[in-house]
Design a protein around this ligand. Structure first.
Ligand code: SAH
Length: 341
């Protein structure tokens, strides 16, 4: 493991193995994750330790930055050390800055409407490559990021261990010190991941990309549904809520004439009965390879009303950064979709 992705405790053991005193591990952690210094700037670290480190300090590099003229949204392209590129989006809310973080280069989930999956999975991101997206944007904008959402490219539960380590490192008091409640994992519904997360005992938010209310139709849109059917998915969600007491967000991309009818309202009612959840409606971002559009505004509002009338808590995402093709989950085209607050 790269020493940049070790916890303070692990770093202590690591430096002791290198023949140093254990407090050097704490200093190293604070230097990297708290003060964000280069090794050369960490004047409190002895040269012998710096020279003994097996790998250099690494970071992603922002190679492109697009700033929206309509709002304060920014979009970034990051280059990783092997030349691969991932994307991210920074959004400003009243309560602070939120960064949309990528967890994989590409994705192998194959959702029909999503651009990130077109070339399949290239590779998993390392924990420090996720951390470094946060650090690079903070340095570039001179801000503090208080929230992250894992809605960039990739399926977080398909890279479970690296993602969990990333979140734990973000939470470290001597590092970013981010509250777990300000972190959101978004998944297309890998049931094993949902169940494992339920056992972790960390109160992160869980959002599930549902996008269809009927098993056969969902399978056509999202190949993951062939692996876990609707019953298995909702059993896992109920288990998650029972275990954690936390509310689940169901993300639902509205596709005109496909999943926006009364049948879906009725099926929603069945599926969510007794489940602590919130539905987030996302108007589809149109892309070249998926020949569908979003419903009109009126229809979206009606869909929301129908759900609300059945006691299902429901909001519509507002669109940010539409002039810079900033988007979560659909990073290469369209507009950014973020939860309306
Ligand atoms: N793999 C994870 C996280 C990345 S996608 C997941 O599936 O949740 C983030 C969100 O953007 C998901 O809800 C995804 O379904 C959605 N999304 C992808 N393409 C979209 C599009 N063209 N229009 C609207 N939402 C889209």
């Amino acid at each position: 493991m790269h020493w940049m992705e070790m916890t303070p405790h692990e770093l202590k053991d690591f430096v002791v193995d290198l023949g140093e005193k254990s407090f050097r591990g704490t200093q190293l952690f604070e230097g990297i994750h708290g003060q964000r210094k280069d090794l050369a700037e960490m004047t409190n670290i002895p040269k012998s330790l710096v020279e003994a480190l097996p790998e250099p300090l690494e970071s992603v590099e922002i190679v492109k930055r697009l700033a929206s003229k309509l709002d304060e949204t920014k979009k970034y392209l990051y280059r990783l050390s092997d030349g691969e590129i991932v994307e991210g989006v920074l959004m400003k809310y009243r309560h602070g800055y939120s960064l949309c973080v990528s967890t994989q280069v590409g994705c192998r989930m194959g959702c029909k409407f999503c651009v990130s999956t077109l070339n399949g999975l290239i590779r998993n991101l390392r924990p420090f490559e996720m951390l470094s997206q946060v650090y690079a944007v903070e340095a570039r904008e001179n801000i503090h990021i208080s929230n992250i959402i894992l809605m960039g490219s990739g399926e977080p539960f398909d890279n479970y261990d690296h993602v969990l380590r990333f979140l734990r490192l973000l939470h470290e008091p001597k590092g970013q010190n981010m509250s777990y409640r300000n972190m959101t994992i978004s998944s297309c519904g890998l049931v094993d991941g949902i169940k494992t997360l339920a056992e972790e005992g960390i109160p992160v938010n869980l959002a599930i990309s549902l996008h269809e209310t009927e098993q056969g139709e969902r399978k056509k849109l999202m190949p993951v549904a062939a692996r876990y059917d609707m019953a298995q998915l909702f059993d896992a969600l109920r288990y998650y809520v029972d275990r954690t007491g936390q509310r689940i967000t169901l993300e639902y991309t509205l596709i005109q004439g496909q999943n926006d009818g009364m049948r879906n309202i009725r099926e929603f009612e069945e599926l969510t009965r007794g489940l602590l959840c919130h539905v987030n409606l996302i108007p589809l971002n149109t892309t070249d390879h998926f020949s569908h559009t979003k419903p009109g505004r009126e229809h979206i509002l009606r869909f929301q009303r129908e759900l609300s009338q059945r006691g299902i808590s429901c909001t519509i995402r507002r669109e940010l950064g539409s002039d810079i093709q900033a988007s979560c989950g659909q990073l290469k085209a369209g507009a950014v979709a973020v939860e309306a607050r």
